[in-house]
Design a protein around this ligand. Structure first.
Ligand code: HSE
Length: 326
């Protein structure tokens, strides 16, 4: 997939469907060693966006649920509004009347790609509403604009897997070049979301801007090892490669008990474990579903010992991408 300047395939007299409801899933970004370049989609949780044709020109957010009133409802400040309005501007249809409902079905500031799920659901939905003027891969830059408004950085390692499904490598940002990576069929992911919040913007601002060459060598060895392990269905290689000497040492201080919880996952049989996106969620990969469930139980117990409540999700890698619900 290679995506630079998508060309609109619609004129000004677009035909709109009456309404559409779309689900887009959570994603695990970075996948330990691939800061800003690796990510994968899971089956759940995820967000839903409903779009309705309106006679009144312009975008209006009519309803947001599941956010405890925290997300802005002005379209120009909301990730869904921004990504949809970028899309409409690009096709010269800024004045189309569209009502937006956003149903957040995953926690904010969780490291599960919450803003990406909303942006992707919104952009995918508006493309469908207008009869698919763009191919799915051409929607990525619009969804990335939603990330920019959410955290100040248009990284693609959440939006790309949410949009395409599967395990994704962002080979390059300029030009944008996104590659789907195959995964072994029995690879399962455990995600644990502790009841604390970390803002991506903050978790990015504490990272070092320069890295020593010796760390870079370790890191790119692991990225290449992880990708090779996925291609070859070599679980041991996948596990050995889930090491991060650059980001984890800095960000783990934001997650109470991080090392104990990670150790509990490894003791329970996980191949590897790390921070999901910018945290505070952790994720682990396992080579079957039963192990992935036990890993979740042990991680949850480890958080309980520190009086921290948590939610656990176990899922295959989701190869579907966004789903049209109605
Ligand atoms: N790659 C991004 C980061 C993902 O780690 O900041 C944020 O979810």
């Amino acid at each position: 997939m290679n995506n630079n300047t998508p060309a609109p395939a619609t004129g000004s007299k677009v035909k709109m469907k009456e309404s559409i409801r779309v689900f887009a899933s959570a994603t695990v970004a970075n996948v330990v060693c691939g800061f800003d370049v690796l990510g994968f989609a899971v089956d759940n949780p995820g967000d839903e966006v409903v779009l309705r044709k309106s006679d009144k020109p312009g975008l209006v957010i009519t309803k947001v649920t599941g956010d405890e009133g925290r997300l802005p409802t002005e379209p120009e400040r909301n990730t869904v509004g921004v990504s949809i309005s970028n899309f409409l501007r690009h096709i010269g249809e800024d004045n189309l009347g569209i009502e937006i409902e956003l149903h957040k079905k995953m926690p904010l500031g969780s490291g599960l790609g919450s803003s990406a799920a909303s942006s992707v659901a919104g952009v995918f939905a508006v493309n469908q509403l207008l009869g698919n003027p763009f191919k799915q891969e051409d929607l990525l830059p619009f969804a990335m604009e939603g990330e920019r408004i959410a955290c100040g950085s248009a990284h693609a390692d959440n939006v790309a897997p949410a949009l395409f499904g599967g395990f994704v490598l962002v080979r390059s940002y300029d030009p944008l070049d996104v590659v789907r990576i195959p995964v072994p069929e029995n690879l399962f992911c455990t995600i644990i979301h502790p009841q604390i919040e970390v803002q991506t913007k903050d978790a990015r601002s504490i990272l070092r801007k320069q890295i020593p060459m010796k760390d870079a060598v370790v890191q790119w060895g692991n990225v290449a090892g992880l990708i090779s392990g996925l291609f070859m269905s070599d679980y041991d290689l996948i596990g050995r490669s889930m090491q991060d000497v650059i980001v984890e040492p800095v960000r783990s201080i934001l997650i109470p008990g991080y090392h104990e919880v990670k150790e509990s996952a490894l003791q329970a049989g996980a191949l590897g474990c790390g921070i999901s996106g910018s945290g505070p969620s952790l994720f682990a990969l396992s080579k079957d579903e039963d192990t992935a469930k036990s890993v979740g139980e042990e991680m949850s117990r480890a958080f309980q010992r520190m009086q921290i409540g948590s939610e656990v999700y176990v899922s295959r890698i989701n190869n579907e991408g966004p789903l049209i619900i109605e």
